[in-house]
Design a protein around this ligand. Sequence first.
Ligand SMILES: Nc1ncnc2c1ncn2[C@@H]1O[C@H](COP(=O)(O)OP(=O)(O)O)[C@@H](O)[C@H]1O
Ligand SMILES: [Mg+2]
Length: 363
Amino acid sequence: MSDNILEIRDLHVSFDMRHGERIYAVRGIDLEVKRGEVLALVGESGSGKSVTGKAVLGILPPSASITSGSIKYNGEELTELKCDGYNRIRGSEISMVPQDPFLSLDPIAPVGAQIAESIRKHDTGGRIGREERRRGALELMREVGIAAAEERYGDHPFRLSGGQRQRIAIAAALAPSPRLLICDEPTTALDVTIEAQILGLFERLKRQRALSMLFITHDLGVVARMADRVAVMYAGRIVEIGEVDEIFYEPRHPYTWSLLSSVPSGSGGRLRIIPGYVPDMRDPPIGDAFAPRSEWAMRIDHLAHPPFFDISPTHRVASWLYHKNAPRAEMPSELRELIAARLEERRRFLMENGSDKERCEEG
Ligand SMILES: Nc1ncnc2c1ncn2[C@@H]1O[C@H](COP(=O)(O)OP(=O)(O)O)[C@@H](O)[C@H]1O
Ligand SMILES: [Mg+2]
């Protein structure tokens, strides 16, 4: 059995709009999620993260098509599946935690019943009786940290806080015991304290259920806490991929430098925003799509799309800066200082607390 639960190869997704316009949302990405790992997919809004997640789940809108490429779950090709094949995989094998549970939960049904319904829907043999579904739903509510689950069972979504609603959405996603969870900005709608608790919950679920996750977010703070590996996406392509420490402490792509420079630092506010705009995906730039916004751009960046260069066995970057004939590229000195400060912070934290994992306990 392969190490990878999910393998995406050279995936292209585009939208056909009226007037013959085409939006090239995903332009040839390669990704794999290994068993039991959290792969974070990061990038600014519009970079193609959600479209990638929807392609895996088979829930792209009718205007979208996978024009080429392959998506394999456990070795099985998903892009060739018909409706019923997808229904078998979606939910029971791959499940989704949405950004806004208000949109995914039914406003007029009690939350417990919605989880019980999720159990029923995936019980293809019809073996689980009504009372057993209710017990299963209550157990899931407790597992995701809903206090006094019996009392909450009959509540409607609007009666619950944002954090509790997200816990219910997570419970509903877990009901069919999926092995791969796709989380699309699952904490973006929450305030910081609640976000920390929900991230702690994901961390615990990953450990206890041996879940694999494709964790989509624009927030590098979330990535640092959750991810084993990170893929940085820009204009429909992966520009850099590596283990979380490689991306945070040894970033190579000018876009990753910009993203990291704009993360709030421990001591102060955002350092800077990334100048310029994400490209118009109806007419994506030739070459390195970030070149028009990059002070490191060379002539070739405007002419040809860069291949991947290996930085380590686990770290790859798509930038001409790492071609053997390119001038040596240095990250901005302010980012270098910021990284040095973060490393120092982490060193001190590890001295005081012993283990990296303790950061991740639920609040
Ligand atoms: N339903 C849609 N119709 C047309 N274009 C879309 C649709 N959904 C997404 N896109 C386009 O696809 C690109 C990627 O979008 P998306 O994956 O949602 O970005 P992200 O999740 O990274 O913010 C964007 O250019 C966006 O405008
Ligand atoms: Mg999105």
